[in-house]
Design a protein around this ligand. Sequence first.
Ligand code: FE
Length: 159
Amino acid sequence: MKHLIILLSTVLSLFTACAQNTEKEESSQQYKVEKSEEEWKDQLTDIEYDVLRNEGTEPAFSGKYVEWKKSGTFTCKACGNALFESDTKFKSGTGWPSFYDYIEGNVLEKPDNSYGWNRTEVECAKCGSHLGHVFEDGPKPTGLRYCINSVSLGFKAKK
Ligand code: FE
């Protein structure tokens, strides 16, 4: 009986140790670029912080890149990661810059069930900042519409 109790408590403590390890691994499974909330607040304007770090949305037709037609690459305003090429930008009429595709490997998609909608959130793969959402009513060739906040973006003109 005594042995059984010792065995049980050993097994139990092993389980606890495993559980703690998993938790640690999950919290350290992070992005290449990571900053504290204070650092993000220092770096970003209020609306940039609200959208990029707090999943806010800029008002429709308010953004710098809605009618933008220059050739180049749209980057993450928070970390500079290259996100969208200008030749995938199209006129959606929604009031937000819209793209039918992203630069492979640089954008992540995540389910977003906030406000009772089933949407797919789009974020920067390098820093985890919120960019916008993706919808399935875009043009060819992908049929997707990446609806992105202008304040989440920077722009690098093609040389
Ligand atoms: Fe980023």
